[in-house]
Ligand binder design. Structure first.
Ligand code: ZN
Ligand code: MN
Length: 439
């Protein structure tokens, strides 16, 4: 690996969870529905049907662009991307070519800046099903997915390791969840990942080829596919050859990528402006009206700096918006009721260690549970002192060990005290008392 640097970019497709499809009023929630029940002349590509763009979908696309620090050009348009495939009844996909809704953004992953080239709007295709009908192998087409709003995010090739690629994708996923614009469920195909990979020989210019791995549906598979590709390409480069520019698939069972087709160039698609949809001109007022909620990165910082939560717990909580919301509500309950003895960290620990089910209980329930546990563990200082003296008397060896610096002996003594009190008393308090008595 010494002389080689992986050059990695990502392309991500995300289905938006709008009520209707991108260019017609069919319901967009196609998943698990009876085939071809969510269709109309527009999404079936029948001649003469006219597309009408979905305003919410465009707003959400721009919203994601803004969340990724993109610029929103004042002028934008749709284009036709022409190609033939049975799942594409029109013979072209309405997409965006040279004037996408959002450009030139970035997202920092652990201080490393990954540039976002563009975020554009397009439509999903239908779905092919390979099945056996009357003993014969055949392919069935379900057009329920045809025309579902799809956002494509393209990064610059700024990523240098499979680990960073995975981290980037996890953060992007979280941002999408926080914006509440897609369920981004990879198992259902509503978030689809395509890394493009090449390897640069040190001090050389950027590679002249690139290999794209198509339609991966898990962050871990992306990581594995990148690792596999980097190794495969280095082997070729070491022989003095150049890897082929092509599209490959990922076979999870065999743990390898396989060649699918040589990669198309943009000119193969004969892009041209979509004549049925007028271009867009945004006023700065339109863009300012699109509000971005607090995003995961600022939330992590705020939980650590303002609430003084440990970074570990902040990361875990923020990675699940529902949990983080629950936590912050619990903090508010404690503050409102002025329950000074419950700390922010304690609330976080209870949620992170799953001692409470955030699906089934309210934040007030959590506060009650912690206070209840406190009551139960209360113990009179008399009883505690007696237990302590008994333990110290009966465990001379552990006492001697501790005095010689064996920290484990303290934990042993603490366990003995708790055995006598049947678990009552706070471990922290007892530890303090023991240390006082022993030093
Ligand atoms: Zn339709
Ligand atoms: Mn696309």
């Amino acid at each position: 690996m010494k002389n080689f640097t992986p050059i990695i970019g990502l392309e991500i497709h995300v289905e938006l969870k709008t009520r209707s499809k991108m260019f017609c009023s069919c319901a967009a929630d196609y998943f698990g529905k009876k085939p071809n029940t969510h269709t109309c002349p527009v999404c079936l590509g029948l001649p003469g049907a006219l597309p009408v763009p979905n305003k919410t979908a465009i707003e959400w696309c721009i919203k994601l662009g803004l969340a990724l620090n993109c610029q929103i050009p004042a002028y934008s348009k749709f284009d036709r991307k022409n190609y033939f495939y049975p799942d594409l009844p029109k013979g072209y996909q309405i997409s965006q070519y040279d004037q996408p809704f959002a450009v030139n953004g970035h997202l920092a992953i652990e201080g490393k800046k990954i540039r976002i080239r563009r975020v554009h709007m397009e439509e999903d295709t239908g779905k092919l099903l390979h099945a056996k009908v009357d003993e014969e192998n055949c392919t069935l087409i379900d057009f329920n997915r045809s025309g579902v709003p799809l956002v494509e995010i393209v990064t610059e090739p700024d990523i240098r390791s499979s680990t960073d690629a995975k981290k980037f994708l996890q953060e992007l996923y979280l941002i999408i969840r926080y914006l509440d614009i897609s369920d981004a469920d990879m198992e259902k195909g509503s978030m689809r990942l395509e890394p493009n990979i090449s390897v640069r020989i040190k001090n050389d210019e950027l590679p002249k080829y690139k290999v794209e791995v198509k339609n991966i549906n898990s962050f871990n598979f992306v990581k594995k596919a990148i690792d596999y590709e980097v190794e495969r390409q280095i082997e070729i480069l070491e022989k003095g050859e150049t890897p082929k520019q092509e599209t490959r698939g990922w076979d999870e069972n065999k743990g390898l990528t396989y060649s699918q087709r040589t990669k198309e160039e943009a000119h193969d698609y004969r892009y041209f402006p979509e004549p049925d949809i007028p271009p867009f001109r945004w006023d700065s007022k339109d863009i300012k009206a699109i509000k971005i909620p607090e995003l995961p990165q600022s939330r992590r910082l705020r939980l650590v700096s303002k609430l003084e939560l440990r970074k570990e717990e902040a990361d875990i909580l923020v990675s699940d918006k529902q949990k983080a919301d629950y936590f912050e509500e619990a903090v508010n309950v404690v503050r409102r009721l002025k329950i000074g003895e419950i700390t922010v960290q304690e609330l976080a620990n209870w949620i992170v260690n799953k001692r409470i089910d955030v699906q089934k209980s309210t934040p007030a329930d959590l506060v009650k549970a912690i206070l209840g546990k406190r009551k139960k563990s209360e113990i009179s200082s008399d009883t505690l002192t007696k237990a302590l003296e008994e333990v110290l008397k009966n465990n001379q060896k552990a006492v001697a060990d501790f005095k010689q610096g064996k920290q484990q002996a303290l934990m042993f003594l603490l366990g003995q005290v708790l055995r006598i009190t049947k678990g009552k008393g706070r471990a922290e308090d007892i530890k303090k008392l023991l240390i006082e008595k022993l030093t």
